[in-house]
Design a protein around this ligand. Structure first.
Ligand SMILES: [Zn+2]
Length: 572
């Protein structure tokens, strides 16, 4: 039999956690059809000597719902070995949506996820109203990744209840209509239903997003609509404010998982922000307790700290201060000249003293960049590399006897691409490791497609391989690959992905284990309408193959888009 693609002499890490072995891999019609020493001819052969071949990585927590319309390659995830993503997380989605509400939906998405409304209004050919229409639209789009999607609670509520969604409880009639739409979405291929009660999720006016207006009875009713069919995953942005509300949320989720029988997923985090410091241990304990009593529950854990990113070309923490606003409205080179002017420096440093002090409310990447408090300079890094082991701005200020703001001005004057990061969540690598090592957490949660100019989580896969596997040696490569592939495929019930086996979809990533590593992010103006975003690529990845087609080669798109829609079990 002639093959479409033959990968010759790869070191196969097959996703199961089993030790590596050397093999050729033959691909035909988008499937892995042959392993071993292959003698058949192929249309294309890739020599893989010395390279690792793994199943393509699966990221279950993204917000690429809007971006999929204008970005066929699926950046920035596509540069980190990802071949499948789940979108529609945390209740945010673009369907169902009435035509007259499109801009309202876009503004709400911008407020939470920093996806510019302008990009959405110009970059999307917005033809759908219902969830099945939206899914069919994604199916038609050229796409370099596979996309699964949830029905989002905030979108659902706004569709059914209109502006009441942001104010009141649902009536019995609202609930029935929402239930019907949940079941319609499952039949169309939704992976499940998502929601959020996270205090960080707010509308443009600062009020809670629609899903946060719902009571628990509504959430239980809608998850119950999935339970009737014994299908669908429930994902939620949990209350992470710390203290009583957080513990009550975990208890509710436990009961929901046990009663509905549906898998419940939420992000596990550790943070010192908030009313009480929020340790991850209580979250995984709640997961273990839920499972012990018969529920299914997963924690989603990124592999790194969650950070707010600042730079001259994007946001700075000081942008809202009048003295800064004057300077920041100037062209970049002029700003850099001003930073050297002693009088301007004096004003800029003095203005910083008036910033909002750090309080005990929890800020996510959104508020931390657009409504920032005074930086915590001991936890604020001037990036040189990507491992967050650079000196803090506080340390640089002490060694140079300068004010922290002067340190930043000097770095930005000399380098227009200088990045600064404020650690928000998962500040301590030990906490990240503890979560990752827990057997009921999933290595996922890039938030890819969201916070486009605020955070950069899309490198979680390459960070796991470079930092935790190669540098810290706390996971074997086989273990880490299993976390990024088979474990996630199992949790999202993707029956034919996440392993290198004959018959499986040929989603593959070929990389150099000695070199794989995220690059420093850059700020680019490449969104529809020219809006800016953070872009992060990786090194050491030779090729990414999606459904048997080479999608990315040496970091560049091949212009071939073989991505598919991943559908839940009820899809007809
Ligand atoms: Zn999210």
């Amino acid at each position: 039999m002639g093959l479409d693609l033959l990968i010759r002499n790869a070191t196969v890490v097959d996703g199961s956690g089993a030790p590596r072995y050397r093999s050729d891999v033959g691909v035909c019609n988008g499937r892995i059809v042959e392993l071993g020493r292959i003698r058949a001819s192929a249309q294309r052969t890739i020599k893989a000597d010395g390279l690792i071949l793994a199943p393509g990585f699966i990221d279950g927590h993204t917000h690429m719902d809007a971006q999929v319309a204008w970005d066929p390659i699926g950046s920035c995830s596509c540069w980190h070995g990802v071949t499948s993503v789940i979108m529609g997380n945390c209740g945010f989605a673009l369907a169902p949506c009435k035509p007259q509400d499109r801009e309202w939906f876009a503004r709400c998405l911008e407020a939470v996820e920093d996806i510019p409304t302008e990009a959405m209004m110009t970059g999307i050919d917005w033809t759908w109203e219902t969830f099945p229409d939206y899914l069919a639209n994604v199916e038609r789009l050229p796409k370099g990744l596979n996309y699964g999607m949830y029905l989002g609670h905030s979108a659902l509520r706004m569709y059914v209840m209109g502006e009441r969604a942001l104010e009141t409880r649902a009536t019995a009639d609202d609930l029935h209509r929402m239930r019907d739409i949940v079941q319609q979405a499952l039949r169309a291929g939704a992976m499940g239903f998502s929601s959020s009660i996270a205090t960080t999720h707010v509308t443009p006016s600062g009020s809670p997003v629609a899903s946060r207006i719902a009571d628990w009875a509504e959430i239980e009713y809608l998850v119950g609509a999935m339970a009737e069919f014994n299908a669908g995953i429930f994902q939620i942005g949990p209350d992470i404010s710390g203290g009583v509300a957080h513990r009550a949320c975990l208890e509710r989720l436990k009961q929901l998982a046990i009663e509905s029988g549906r898998p419940v997923m939420f992000g596990t985090l550790s943070t010192r922000q908030g009313i009480e410091p929020l340790p991850w241990q209580s979250q995984v304990a709640a997961i273990d307790a839920t499972v012990a009593e018969g529920g299914r529950m997963f924690g989603q854990t990124t592999t790194r700290p969650i950070i707010a990113v600042f730079s001259l070309k994007s946001y700075l923490p000081f942008d809202g201060l009048p003295a800064w606003r004057t300077v920041r409205s100037l062209p970049l080179e002029v700003q850099q000249q001003r930073f050297a002017d002693p009088e301007v420096r004096r004003q800029l440093v003095a203005a910083e003293a008036e910033m909002k002090p750090r309080d005990n409310s929890l800020q996510g990447g959104g508020a931390a960049t657009t409504d920032p408090r005074k930086p915590d300079y001991r936890n604020f890094y001037a990036l040189r590399g990507v491992d967050l082991d650079d000196p803090t701005v506080d340390e640089l200020a002490q060694t140079s006897s300068k004010h922290p703001v002067e340190v930043m001005l000097d770095l930005m004057r000399d380098n227009e691409d200088q990045l600064f990061v404020q650690l928000l969540v998962n500040e301590s690598p030990d906490d990240v490791l503890g979560m990752l090592q827990h057997p009921r957490t999933l290595a996922t949660f890039s938030d890819s497609g969201a916070h486009v100019c605020q955070e950069m989580g899309s490198s979680l896969q390459t960070h796991l391989l470079s930092y935790w596997v190669r540098d810290k040696q706390v996971f074997t490569l086989e273990e880490a690959i299993r976390m990024l592939t088979f474990d996630n495929a199992s949790a999202w019930e993707l029956p034919d992905r996440g392993l290198i086996r004959t018959g499986y979809a040929a989603d593959l990533v070929l990389f150099d284990e000695a070199r794989v590593k995220p690059r420093l992010p850059t700020v680019e103006r490449d969104l529809p309408g020219g809006a800016r975003r953070l872009v992060q690529k990786a090194e050491g990845i030779a090729a990414t193959i999606v459904n048997g087609v080479v999608a990315i080669e040496d970091g560049e798109s091949t212009g071939q888009y073989a991505g598919q829609v991943l559908k839940g079990p009820l899809a007809s």
